[in-house]
Design a protein around this ligand. Structure first.
Ligand SMILES: NC(=O)c1ccc[n+]([C@@H]2O[C@H](COP(=O)([O-])OP(=O)(O)OC[C@H]3O[C@@H](n4cnc5c(N)ncnc54)[C@H](O)[C@@H]3O)[C@@H](O)[C@H]2O)c1
Length: 336
């Protein structure tokens, strides 16, 4: 397979490394809006097999004879790149979020469905072994009926100030992972949300109209309650946990000797707490691209189609609205 990579930034470099581990990938072709970045990544990874080469222009990806395209560019470039690829009948893996807003996400859903070309969205938590086991435990009936599900995304340190104004805000940029995961693991829909946010950290969050910490109460369509929370200030380390509490049993995914929390009164601090999402979800990033290669080869169904990303985006949008207006929001209010 000849796989293209649009975007040679943080996550693009991680995806390039994952692509190189796949036996059926013969070549990786990288392009970035900043051609120097693409060249630098190709030079860093270029030797050996598969070969990694850089293009001078992103446009070149669409005439490079690709079997698949990984879109890891900045969020505002996703919609255009995905539409170009599906028009050229190239299967796509696209990082979350699919687009910066509901209209853009909707447009991709339509374009992908119209062309009949797979677009797999990068919700890597679906591929985390703990999350998958939690889903199975619930589906098997072992937990009984679910009364509470909680998911958190605690970053050890804030992103650069310049990332914040175009990030889409904490709910669309970060908590969207937790919102997708709760749908995926429970198999239920969220019908109402009540969200709040806080600014106790750097001023640049407030200045961008964003919050540095946020939380939402979710009401699921079977009556179970959910809670998602995120912060940009969890200096103990990166904490992404999923907790399912049922009438018969409870399970936690993401609780191990690297979880950045100390059990009191006598517990020890973890020696090597997770430093960030790259470490915590390393295996999941590999697994989602393994799945993409199988989708490209026609060996498996798309594990995360655009319709799923649209549902997660509706939830993030409902949370934003709830936080802004200080009221409970029915997800139907934002659904198109
Ligand atoms: N799934 C995850 O856990 C996860 C983690 C990090 C980032 N992301 C997502 O991945 C995307 C990239 O994030 P990042 O942290 O790597 O950002 P980054 O700023 O490190 O890299 C983005 C790169 O995209 C390039 N770019 C911008 N417009 C482009 C275009 N039209 N064509 C090609 N390249 C273009 C930029 O020059 C830059 O090199 C974002 O959408 C982000 O939400 C997902």
């Amino acid at each position: 397979m000849r796989i293209g990579l649009a975007g040679a930034g943080r996550i693009g470099a991680r995806h390039a490394a994952a692509l190189r581990k796949l036996p059926e990938v013969e070549a990786v072709v990288v392009a970035d809006a900043d051609p120097g970045r693409a060249r630098e990544l190709a030079a860093r990874l270029g030797g050996g097999t598969p070969e990694v080469t850089a293009l001078d222009a992103v446009e070149g990806l669409f005439s490079a004879g690709l079997d698949g395209l990984v879109v890891a560019a900045a969020t505002d470039a996703h919609a255009t790149l995905v539409e170009r690829a599906v028009t050229a009948r190239i299967p796509v893996f696209c990082e979350k979020p699919l687009a910066s807003d509901i209209d853009g996400t909707f447009q991709i859903v339509r374009a992908a469905a119209g062309a009949g070309v797979p677009v797999q969205v990068g919700f890597q938590r679906r591929f985390d072994a703990g999350n998958a086991a939690a889903r199975e435990a619930l589906a098997s009936g072992r937990l009984g009926w679910l009364h509470t599900v909680r998911s958190c995304s605690f970053d050890p340190a804030p992103p650069p100030a310049e990332y914040v104004p175009t990030s889409g805000g904490l709910f669309r940029d970060c908590l969207i992972h937790d919102l997708d995961l709760i749908r995926f693991v429970t198999g239920r829909e969220v019908v109402r949300v009540m969200a709040v946010g806080a600014n106790r950290g750097d001023d640049f969050f407030r200045e961008a109209g964003d919050v540095d910490t946020g939380s939402a109460l979710l009401i699921l369509d079977d009556g179970a309650l959910g809670q998602v929370s995120a912060t940009r200030y969890n200096a103990a380390g990166y904490d992404a946990r999923l907790e399912l509490f049922g009438s018969k049993d409870s399970v936690i995914a993401g609780l191990d000797d690297r979880t950045p929390a100390t059990a009191l009164p006598d517990g020890d601090q973890p020696k090597t707490p997770y430093g960030g999402f790259m470490e915590r979800f390393s295996d999941a990033y590999d697994a989602e691209l393994r799945a993409f290669a199988d989708v490209v080869a026609g060996r498996r169904a798309n594990p995360c189609p655009p319709e799923e990303a649209l549902e997660a985006f509706y939830l993030a949008e409902a949370c934003e609205l709830s936080m802004r207006e200080g009221r409970m929001v029915a997800v139907e209010e934002v659904r198109r």
